[in-house]
Design a protein around this ligand. Sequence first.
Ligand code: ADP
Ligand code: MG
Length: 618
Amino acid sequence: MADIIRLLPDHVANQIAAGEVVQRPSSVVKELLENAIDAGATEIKLIIKDGGKTLIQVVDNGKGMSGTDARLSFERHATSKIQKAEDLFNLHTKGFRGEALASIAAIAHVEMLTKTEDDEIGTKIKIEGSKVVAQEVVVAPKGTSMLVKNLFFNIPARRNFLKSDQVEYRHITDEFHRISLAHPQVAFSFYNNGSDVFQLPGNDFRKRIVHIFGRKTDEKLVPVEEDTQVVKISGYIQKPEFAKKSRGEQFFFANNRFIKSPYLHHAILGAFEGLIRPGTHPGYFLNLEVDPGTIDINIHPTKTEVKFDDEHTLYAMLKSAVKHSLGQFNVIPALDFEQDQNLETPYAYKGKKVGIPQVVVDASFNPFEEVKKSKGGTSGNYTKTSAKGWENMYAGLEVAVDHPSSNNSTLEFESEVVNSSIFESDNEAADHVTHTFQLRKKYIITTIKSGMVVINQSRAHQRVLYENFLKNITIKEAVSQQLLFPLTLSFTPSEIEILDEIKDNLCTVGFVFGEVSNEGVEIKGVPVLVAESEVQMIMEQLMSDFQQEVPGDSFSQSDMLAKTLAKTLSVKTGETLDEFSQQKLVNDLFACKESTLSPFNKKVYIMITENDIERKFI
Ligand code: ADP
Ligand code: MG
């Protein structure tokens, strides 16, 4: 048989390598910004269009390249940063693999303009899909400009895989945040579709954080400082009370390189334990400086996952450094026993007469008697333990869905009769006396003709709220309650951008906005279902959901909004529901268009037939 193994041509090898290095526009941004930093630039400009899909340009004032170097830089494994394998253990640059430019040039139209300090004239090179189409000498300022157009022009599958412009833009912004935070002394500017997004002067770390995340951030920061032989830790954590629903502001840098480390993240969580509300995330901006020989950055092409020699020690030091800062800056609430309340006379009571305390006894109280339950829910004797006001659960919805609320059996939707029939065929249900029972503050159990249904209360409520919100959004008829005093919530500039995109839809569910500035937003009205105290939490949840993925079209945006609101506002496991609420929930659930699944595709209820039960007794 003839030999069949061949070496791949360079342009094919480059395309394959590009698959690893360039996943999306933000990967190009990362590589180009890092090259500019490695070139010693003090000013870097980033320009993008259409989420980076049509254009990404990085202009730096770094050391530039000679004509020959400019040509060579696009070859695979062409790098000026290392020469021998040992250099890998003493890295001081971002790049070293010599793959980025070759990869980018394999899958885009690239134009490079570069000039060194010493040269009189510069070089311009045009490459399309690894082919050099032009190289000429030109007049140019010192430094390098890299223009990358039409990403993935020759790989339609990859191009189609890209998300909407907004999502890609968000990824680029994340990358820009990471690199500009890692290099606060370098001045950065960022333009998106012709408008100016960031102008960051060269600064110290704290000011850089504040420039990026907004003026309000300053008061949230607590410094962390620890200098040991193994590691030098510096940077800031955010005070526990500012912990957010979103994970947005969590940054580790190792030797000025943004890294991801679930392990070290865990150390921070440990230090914050007990200080933040469940479901919220602490913010941190921490630099770890270690000997370059004790860290391996070579394990992943994008170099965000790194390996430290002594991770355990690092973990312990990080945790104790953060704890120390939390304690030192008095952000841990004073422990109760330090202030014995018996010893303190509240000021208002000074000089007041002492009266005989009155004891009120309920003579009819019998500890052995069960608490009487309200029948049919008319007495309003709520066994409510949840702080959020269960009786508000449906307030407003009834107004919004516009049906005679006095009659529970009226189905609000023209729902498939299939669902509601399980009650209608039941004699008891026909009299509207559906008996329900709450199990372990998690399930509602009710009977049907053929047996029983076990309903997950939280998922059921999510479904009911979801369909109602979706309806409100489509018919634009939500009821909102005006706030007596408008709330001002502060957000970072990128959150404000998200808000701009979803504001119209938020108005359709009942939010009323006042002034929106760079740093915050005024909220004048909220949907009837939302308590004022919950607004901040809901907005944070919305931001964080949308930050992950901004849906492109308005339909999926409405869907996401309805989902987030349903998730946030639904009754949760662990909340006691009185009988009236239980029954209302059951009725509303089975009036839904789709009652079997939650908006997140989880089973809402299970049925256990009499047969099933009988079989257990055999
Ligand atoms: P790496 O950064 O891993 O060395 P790249 O493919 O990113 O590989 O770049 C190849 C080489 O091109 C670099 O080693 C550097 O010498 C040169 N280079 C790239 N970008 C710039 C720039 N903006 N300014 C000066 N030199 C650059
Ligand atoms: Mg590089």
